[in-house]
Design a protein around this ligand. Sequence first.
Ligand code: C5P
Length: 220
Amino acid sequence: MIITIDGPAGSGKSTIAKMIAKELGFTYIDTGAMYRAVALKIKRKGIDPDDIRSVLKTLKETDIDLRPSENGVRVLLDGEDVSDLIRTEEIGKIASKIARYPEVRKILVQMQRSLGEKAKNAVLEGRDTGTVIFPDAEIKFFFTASPEVRAERRYKELKEKGINVSYVDILKEIKERDFLDETRKDSPLKPADDAIVIDTTGKSLSQVFQEVLQIIKEKT
Ligand code: C5P
């Protein structure tokens, strides 16, 4: 069974996807981590994210792997564990830039689809997991929340990790990333027609978790 959760940055989809996967014993597939891993590599190589030819060349020479771990997933970039290094807003922004290219998406979507097929039972989260990667997924969710609430969550998350950031900068970056993700021509961020939309504004994690779990139970 395939469950998909799409939505913008900070909507709570990653945390809930991990919790649901753990609860059901499913494989958790973080599709955004793969865009981020490529973004980290092109940043390290000093490649301009607008230089599609170089981005594509780099991607074709890159090995990305997701390994299940105790608290979710470890991300391996050419064998190196980059799980923590990819979690900055800067890498998120570069990821959104390279995610505009259909050629980049095609390669990553193929990898993501085959990870899901191999797992058989999986929870995928991202921007296009229910619209493009698995349009026939059994259960699809789309999470939303106001930009302010999402920025607040991201701010707290980064602060807890000891990363020094300003709320105003995060809000700005979240809005910029929303704009890039919602307006791109290929696979823009939008709910699948058959997705269940959940507004997580004002809800605690455990409330959202219970709501999602209840829906899954009703549908299976
Ligand atoms: O979800 P996360 O913030 O880690 O994703 C980083 C970026 O990768 C997103 O802003 C989006 O541009 C891109 N992405 C995508 N399709 C996905 C997952 C992520 O375009 N399925």
